[in-house]
Design a protein around this ligand. Sequence first.
Ligand code: ATP
Length: 130
Amino acid sequence: MQTNVVTPDGSVFDGQVEMVSVRTIDGELGILPNHLPLVTPLSIGAVRLKESGNVRLIALSGGFMEVRSDEVNILAESAELPSEIDVTRARAAKERAERRLEQAKQDNIDFRRAELALKRAVNRLDVAEK
Ligand code: ATP
């Protein structure tokens, strides 16, 4: 399948893959060739691109996926390949988010924002380490 992962900053991946796995708001979803057309929102998580036995990971911070006949387009808020992830920055973001979660009240906007920042940081660290 021709697969594109793009962010507002440009293309992160553009190539042929055998299978695309993503995290949607309803859970993990695997796309194989000849999948039915689909548009779905994506959550913070890893995109797995399987190509000739290898799996390439991309850290994604939410977005949308469009599946068309043998074509997958992922429009992401941000997306990084493992080699592009600054681990020191992600660790600092994780610690900052954890501190904010401790300080913020559970039901306020700051808490929700810190939760999402923590998810992005943990996802980047997971993808960088795999
Ligand atoms: P930070 O607090 O470190 O900025 P963030 O989760 O708030 O993290 P985002 O708003 O998701 O950052 O991303 C802003 C831009 O910075 C995007 O282009 C994203 O790809 C990039 N980016 C964020 N964190 C990292 C990282 N650890 N390594 C590489 N690029 C990153």
